[in-house]
Design a binder for this molecule. Structure first.
Ligand code: NAG
Ligand code: NAG
Ligand code: NAG
Length: 508
């Protein structure tokens, strides 16, 4: 009997059996014969990515906490999905994330869901990344950032003026919006010579919904990376809107980046010199570095998109955590004020970044705020290079993923006793203790893929907190307290939908 003679009525049963055989062989393979078969961990994440999907998409954004729970049960190495393990011993961090590391970025994790394949950030290859980073690096050096201190300070002064205006009117200021706004105004002014002026806009709630609205797509695409490109290219906006109405905000944000780069390119092509050449003028210059290839317009949009997206949340969250504790803990507030007013008794004198940096309590407060805002809260998976790697006694074959997270590094109870407690004094302990803690403080990650904007972030944090709390001695947050700082993974940390908002009030 040939296959064509099988009666139609039998086909569903045949397909059912075939599926069953396929799925059960996959389960048996993944659990018992896969290169990660011996790595500790529960059954479900070893055989299916739906385990992760449940915590990311249904919970949502809670897999970082589940991974911590698994480490508490299974130890410093855990299999968290069929092809990925997680590590928790801080001494492993520098083995994965260092300048000469052979580990490369997991393409299924970073490239999906945002549509920024051509950004420097998204490149799996460290070599390609190095080439792309070379012309960008000078703009982010400490020296370059010191030169734009006035630009940063001008935005901080604007923020203080807004607070004062609101105090005079007897209304509160939404710090949760104003902090990402200042970071975006600084980055867009500096990188694009085209300030978005979000500080002036009292109605930018739409903007802060953007990353939130993209998170569900990102989680789904991380589970099914092969679906990413087809759905991105083919799915019409009106269908996307059915799944996530706020996708419109995301597209609007993308368009803002396109417009901005288009404007720079049009002027560049017309030979119009800017007052201050920006990073994108450097990229458009074929002579920028040896072997530099001028990127296409859309490639530069990918970078712009990553820069703006990264700037908003990370610095914004650190300022939010710091202010929340300052405003609700009188001891922290008065100790910080005391230090600032001792250092700068004359309110009319501007403080410099290099001066604020020397203040021990302010510095401790910033580090503690970075520690508990995490930067990127989820794990950052990397794939082992050509010769594989051995970690915690297990072999990681080439191309297989391992990851660690700032969430676990920053909450390691041996390094940070009582890890959930906000305690700036931990950064004022003995030099050995502080060094050990600094080794575990990774809000920017480490190594060749470390966040390119870290100097700018430090500068913004010092100038904003220093100026703000020299100027205002009486801000209060009647509604929002440390108990509201409960994070969700949206790549960067994010307060869950429907959380209370940090509103600052002052007395006249
Ligand atoms: C950097 O990573 C590689 C593995 O990719 C490792 O062999 C090396 O020891 C690491 N360097 C440091 C300083 O930890
Ligand atoms: C790049 O360098 C070449 C040779 O020095 C010069 O002719 C050309 O004008 C330069 N291009 C730009 C855009 O500056
Ligand atoms: C805070 O306000 C009170 C009265 O409202 C005032 O007496 C005090 O001096 C203010 N403190 C600071 C540091 O501005």
């Amino acid at each position: 009997m040939s296959i064509l003679q099988v009666p139609l009525s039998l086909w569903p049963a045949i397909l059912g059996v075939a599926t069953l055989v396929y799925v059960s062989s996959l389960v048996v393979y993944r659990r018992f014969f896969h290169p990660y078969a011996k790595i500790p961990g529960p059954f479900l994440p070893a055989v299916t990515r739906f385990y992760e999907w449940y915590f990311q998409s249904i919970k949502p954004g809670q897999y970082f906490k589940e991974i911590e729970r698994l480490h508490n049960i299974y130890g410093p190495i855990v299999r968290i999905s069929p092809n990925e393990v997680s590590l928790s011993d801080p001494s492993d961090y520098d083995k994965i994330y260092n300048v000469s590391s052979g580990f490369f970025k997991d393409p299924d994790f970073y490239n999906v869901g945002t549509g920024t394949d051509n950004a420097m950030f998204s490149q799996p290859s460290n070599e390609v990344h190095r080439r792309m980073r070379a012309p960008l690096s000078p703009a982010f050096s400490r020296k370059s950032i010191l030169e734009i201190e006035d630009l940063v300070q001008a935005k901080v002064d604007k923020l203080c003026a807004i607070l004062q205006r609101n105090i005079d009117r007897g209304v509160g200021t939404n710090l949760e919006q104003i902090f990402p706004s200042i970071s975006l105004d600084i980055v867009t002014d500096y990188l694009f010579d085209d300030c978005w002026n979000f500080l002036d806009d009292e109605n930018i709630g739409w903007f802060f919904d953007i990353m939130r609205s993209n998170a569900p797509r990102m989680y789904n695409m991380q589970q099914f990376p092969w679906l990413d490109k087809p759905t991105r290219k083919l799915m019409p906006v009106w269908i996307a809107k059915l799944f996530e109405p706020r996708i419109v905000n995301f597209l609007q944000f993308h368009q803002k980046n396109v417009d901005m780069i288009q404007k720079i390119k049009t002027k560049f092509d017309a030979g119009i010199k800017p007052a201050r050449p920006t990073l994108f003028h450097t990229l458009l210059d074929p002579n920028a570095t040896d072997g530099h290839v001028v990127p296409s317009l859309m490639d530069m949009v990918d970078d712009a998109f990553i820069f703006t997206g990264a700037a908003a949340d990370t610095v914004g969250n650190t300022l939010l955590v710091a202010s929340c504790h300052i405003l609700t803990d009188p001891d922290i507030y008065s100790r910080l004020r005391g230090e600032l007013l001792d250092a700068f008794p004359d309110p009319s004198i501007r403080g410099k970044w290099t001066e604020y940096e020397k203040l021990p309590y302010l510095t401790a407060l910033i580090k503690e705020s970075m520690r508990l805002s995490f930067g990127v809260i989820c794990r950052l998976p990397r794939c082992a290079g050509a010769s594989g790697a051995t970690l915690q006694g297990y072999f990681i074959p080439p191309g297989y993923a391992v990851g660690m997270s700032a969430y676990m590094m920053h909450r390691n109870p041996e390094v940070f006793p009582d890890p959930d407690k906000f305690d700036p004094a931990r950064w004022l302990a003995s030099p050995e203790e502080v060094r050990a803690r600094e080794k575990c403080l990774v809000p920017f990650s480490r190594g060749s893929r470390m966040c390119i904007g870290h100097n700018l972030a430090w500068c913004e944090l010092y100038l904003t907190l220093g100026t703000l709390f020299r100027r205002f001695g009486n801000l209060t947050s009647p509604e929002f307290g440390p108990e509201d700082l409960v994070w969700e993974d949206s790549f960067a940390s994010r307060l869950p939908e429907g959380s209370r908002t940090l509103m600052a009030f002052g007395s006249k």
